[in-house]
Design a binder for this molecule. Structure first.
Ligand SMILES: Nc1ncnc2c1ncn2[C@@H]1O[C@H](COP(=O)(O)OP(=O)(O)OP(=O)(O)O)[C@@H](O)[C@H]1O
Ligand SMILES: [Mg+2]
Length: 252
């Protein structure tokens, strides 16, 4: 379904991705872990074609999207839903407008069909009755749920979640995770999640891939990852400050 082959990306002299190889199966949920600033968002931006690699390819259903002309890339994007890090809602639109937006942009549904879809989506994410509120009037958790509803509204084949729970309390985090599982069951998409929520994310995901020093150092089921002997994976899971992942230097 999604395949990264020897993907390289640098910004000026900074090497971020240094030969990513990863195959994501149809309809699985995979979580990408790795240190802050390690290139996780950069990696998934290559799936949407927001960034172009210096070298290597990204195949979606066997098509190398890094070489597509803009119009054909747009067609691929129609199959994608994205929950951006930070939510990225339109502040000037209310909840209804935010969720309806992709339907108005990408489909020819009429007004009542759109309304029906949006109301169902609001119910799916537990925000029934909130359609008239503006993003500024919502809590952080509610904003993430609106972003989730917007990402799913076109019933995409692939959904990318960039840190869907960062900044949320543990209870809202669990309910976001449950929502991801429930919507995955209902719509059957391929899900790529970027998350630091170890070990809770293990209940949601089929597999975990660890990004370290620009490469995927390990990929496996949550059970395999928990038993990993890789030093970076172990350090990430236990939150240790001694290991290959540099901790912040507090003396500076
Ligand atoms: N458009 C860009 N231009 C220049 N540098 C960039 C650009 N996008 C990302 N970077 C750099 O690439 C590195 C990786 O960034 P990225 O956003 O992928 O990190 P991340 O793993 O998602 O971190 P976090 O967990 O904090 O979100 C960072 O050093 C960042 O400054
Ligand atoms: Mg990021």
């Amino acid at each position: 379904m999604i395949e990264f082959i020897d993907l390289h990306k640098s910004f000026d002299s900074q090497r971020v991705l240094n030969g990513i190889n990863l195959t994501i199966a149809d309809k699985e949920i995979i979580t990408i872990m790795g240190k802050s600033g390690g290139g996780k968002s950069v990696l998934i931006k290559h799936i949407i074609g927001l960034l172009k690699p210096d070298k290597g390819s990204v195949l979606i259903d066997g098509v190398d999207i890094t070489k597509l002309p803009p119009r054909e890339l747009d067609k691929i994007r129609e199959k994608l839903g994205v929950l951006f890090q930070g939510g990225a809602l339109f502040d000037s639109m209310n909840v209804f407008g935010n969720i309806a937006f992709p339907l108005m942009e990408k489909t020819k549904l009429n007004k009542s069909e759109i309304e029906e879809r949006v109301m169902q989506a609001l119910e799916d994410v537990g925000l029934k009755g909130m359609e008239k509120k503006y993003p500024a009037e919502l809590s952080g958790g509610m904003r993430k749920r609106v972003a989730l509803a917007r990402a799913l509204i076109t019933e995409p084949n692939i959904v990318l979640f960039d840190e869907p729970t960062t900044g949320l309390d543990p209870i809202i985090t669990s309910s976001m995770h449950r929502l991801i599982s429930a919507t995955h069951e209902k719509y059957g998409y391929t899900g790529v999640i970027i998350s630091h929520e170890v070990p809770r994310i293990f209940e949601v995901t089929d597999r975990v891939a660890m990004l370290h020093n620009g490469v995927i150092v390990e990929v496996g089921t949550p059970e395999e990852i928990k038993n990993s002997t890789d030093a970076a994976v172990r350090q990430f899971i236990t939150g240790g400050i001694g290991g290959p992942i540099e901790a912040l230097n507090m003396t500076q």
